[in-house]
Design a protein around this ligand. Structure first.
Ligand SMILES: Nc1nc2c(c(=O)[nH]1)N[C@H]1C(S)=C(S)[C@@H](COP(=O)(O)O)O[C@H]1N2
Ligand SMILES: [Mo]
Length: 443
């Protein structure tokens, strides 16, 4: 609770949980300054020395006419390290993953250049004027679309995350892998997608009520295909043709992709060229072997489409060095395939005590929500964790609960690029030592 005393003097900010977590109302208005006043030096330590009353010096870039303004702009040359981590930089004949560097970005929308990408068979060079999508099978009238004809439908725009079922797979390791948030969790990204609701196209084709599944097929050299429940297709699936306002990136499915919000990334078939209405799932390679959830005891679930409620802290996180004690705004992303995020709790003492984080609004359905939690680091050891709840009442499992239900490896996994299992949605812990160094720990 933030209370002003009767004389209107600086109110005090109460801690809400152990090891320096502050009430989230400290983030409102003057709260940060107050939090700082409780700390060592200034709020963030940024201006601990009083500023001299001296005029600003003119920097070199202020003394000359600037660069040409380009038609397509790219980030500052000082941001060269803000790039995706590649699993197959030399383009060998196998799958390629590019991971979003979550520890280096903020907000909720992943820039197109940094959206993660998984291509099991390279990125096809598709001419949009020649690409076609067909809808056929158990329908009254088969239909064929080009990018141009699809673009003439009323389009809808919605933010949604896409997450590979293999995201965070390194967390199945029985020992914590020392790697950044992006290397561990970079196979999830969030974009504003624009496209045609699949329900509109299926209605137009006149889908047979006995057709319970759609087999969606991509136009890359493997014709990657997945079975999509017709129920989900009518619920909220899209054929997306824009991503954050521009045409899809080639690595994200140009010129059109299926978007099945909240379901396994692999079901979001890119380079979409076929939707065949059928009465049985196709049991394709990617749904019956790859991306299967292996359970302790060796059984696998036949289908596990939903990407469950999850969150992770992006700041501060592995790779960052806290230079001095004082105020920090812990922040990260939370999302759920089952709906909106309802609540995120944060701990600074490895889960002994928890305080509720502020959620940046608006909170969207099956999309990233950024949470923020004010914290005053006293310079001692701390373990930061986040735990999310969704509007359907699901809660992100604690690690012990998760491992009991879904298992972990017997030997440590050597690299965050490995895929020992699928569907990790438990908690991530960042351990901070007295020097301000951050390690990945289990707690
Ligand atoms: N045609 C086709 N669709 C595909 C893939 C692919 O290799 N080919 N990869 C799938 C996988 S495994 C995932 S996780 C998502 C990733 O979407 P993104 O690359 O846009 O992030 O696309 C899916 N759709
Ligand atoms: Mo995937």
């Amino acid at each position: 609770m933030v209370k002003a005393d009767r004389r209107g003097r600086a109110p005090s900010l109460d801690a809400v949980a152990g090891n320096g977590l502050l009430d989230r109302r400290a983030l409102l208005g003057r709260g940060i300054a107050l939090a700082g006043a409780m700390g060592i030096g200034s709020a963030t330590g940024a201006a601990a020395e009083p500023l001299q009353d001296a005029p600003l010096e003119d920097a070199p870039w202020s003394k000359a006419f600037g660069e040409v303004t380009p038609p397509l702009q790219t980030p500052s040359r000082f941001e060269k390290n803000v790039v995706r981590a590649l699993s197959n930089p030399n383009g060998e004949f196998r799958n390629s993953h590019a991971r979003t560097p979550h520890q280096l970005i903020n907000g909720t929308i992943t820039p197109n250049s940094l959206h993660f990408s998984i291509n099991h068979c390279g990125i096809p060079d598709i001419d949009p004027a020649q690409h076609r999508l067909v809808i056929h099978g158990m329908v009254r009238q088969p239909l064929e679309f080009s990018l141009e004809t699809l673009s003439r439908y009323p389009l809808v725009t919605r933010p949604h995350f896409v997450e590979c079922a293999g995201n965070s797979a390194g967390m199945f390791s029985n020992e914590p892998i020392q790697a950044s948030a992006g290397l561990i969790h970079g196979l999830v990204s969030n974009s504003e997608w624009t496209g045609v609701p699949l329900s509109v196209l299926l209605d137009e084709a006149g889908i047979d009520p006995k057709a319970k599944w759609l087999v969606a097929e991509g136009g890359d050299a493997q014709f990657l295909d997945r079975s999509i429940p017709v129920k989900k297709a009518y619920d909220d699936a899209l054929v997306a043709i824009y991503q954050n306002g521009e045409r899809l990136m080639p690595g994200n499915g140009y010129p059109m992709r299926l978007l099945v919000p909240g379901y396994q990334g692999n079901m979001n078939v890119k380079f979409l060229r076929r939707l065949k209405a059928v009465d049985q799932p196709a049991y394709t390679y990617f749904e019956s072997k790859n991306y299967s959830q292996i359970l302790p005891g060796g059984k696998t679930w036949r289908f596990h489409f939903l990407m469950e409620v999850k969150s992770f802290i992006t700041y501060p996180s592995f790779g960052l060095h806290l230079k001095e004690p004082g105020f920090y705004a812990i922040s990260g992303v939370a999302y759920s395939g089952a709906g909106r995020i309802a609540k995120v709790m944060v701990s600074a003492d490895g889960g002994k005590s928890w305080g509720e984080a502020a959620l940046q609004s608006p909170v969207h359905d099956k999309a990233f929500t950024r949470f923020v939690m004010p914290w005053r680091w006293d310079g001692g050891p701390a373990v930061l964790q986040s735990r999310a709840w969704d509007e359907a009442g699901n809660v992100q499992p604690l690690r012990a609960e998760f491992v009991a239900a879904r298992g972990e490896t017997k030997k440590p996994v050597a690299t965050p690029l490995a895929f020992p299992n699928q569907h990790y949605n438990s908690i991530t812990s960042w351990g901070i030592n007295a020097k301000g160094e951050i390690a990945h720990v289990y707690s």
